[in-house]
Design a protein around this ligand. Sequence first.
Ligand code: CO
Length: 337
Amino acid sequence: MRSIDVHTHLLPAEIPRWSERFGYGGFIRLERKDACTARMVRDDGTFFRDVTSNVWDPAVRIAESNEAEVGVQVLSTVPVMFGYWISQPRQALDVARFLNDACARDRRKLLGLCTLPLQAPDLAVEELTRCVRDLGLAGVQIGSHVGRWNLDAPELFPVFARAAELGCPVFVHPWDMMGQERMQKYWLPWLVGMPAEGAQAISSVIFGGVLERLPELRLCFAHGGGAFAFTFGRIQHGFESRPDLCGVDNPRPPRDYLGKFWVDSLVHDELALRLVLRRFGDDKVVVGSDYPFPLGEDRPGALIRSLADLPQAKLLVSNALAWLGRSSEGLDLDASA
Ligand code: CO
């Protein structure tokens, strides 16, 4: 059975020199080394990450997907491209529009998620509408926070409301990880900070009442929801013992929201996957691989496929269709095709 992988990243083959256009730095550019490899470099010259052509070349991406029994990839930009820090809203919109125009794909094997200038929520609402209605993108990817705003920020609510109104799914990806000043070694921002960002994002959405006010909103959190599944008991107990701290914006307990959002399967561990399935429900876990990056699952969906007692069809395909809000019609999911 071919799967839908909801967590894959892409970059355009060429990225404009935004720093030259806007007159200040902080942007990422791609420096090609040869036809198949490039370096992601900040415009102050500091190195971010090596990438290979599968991040920008759809033909390579599709060939590798076919080999891994992935029928459909959901594409999103690399979180370092979010640009939420850009102080001029129109420039942030320009960057998002460029990435979104480059994300529109064939809709049979590659479904794009847009990115938004969330620091300017009115422009973000406009761009989300354009991407879904005009470009035919499948949904939107957002960060686990936007500068100083967590996802409960009132400023961001109109964006969630618009996504709910458009019926488009929202993928929440950790980025700009907390605590980095004490995490310079051992890749800790990615290993420890990212799961903390996931727990923070889900907690903010629940305590902030986002899902209470928008029950039809379809959120999916990357990396199995980060540390939330394991930390849930503490979060629930905190709500019960200190409602004066936790229940200030939403009187309903966190446990009421289990099963009301999706998470991907990228946890690299059987016990963790089983916990996630028990916690969120086996109809709320979808394949997510972080393709083509090194912390991803080398063969997308392999952990799920290795556990024969799990409901394969739900986890590989139908849960993702429910999150995307569509049928399988027109998607390349037929193994015999
Ligand atoms: Co990712």
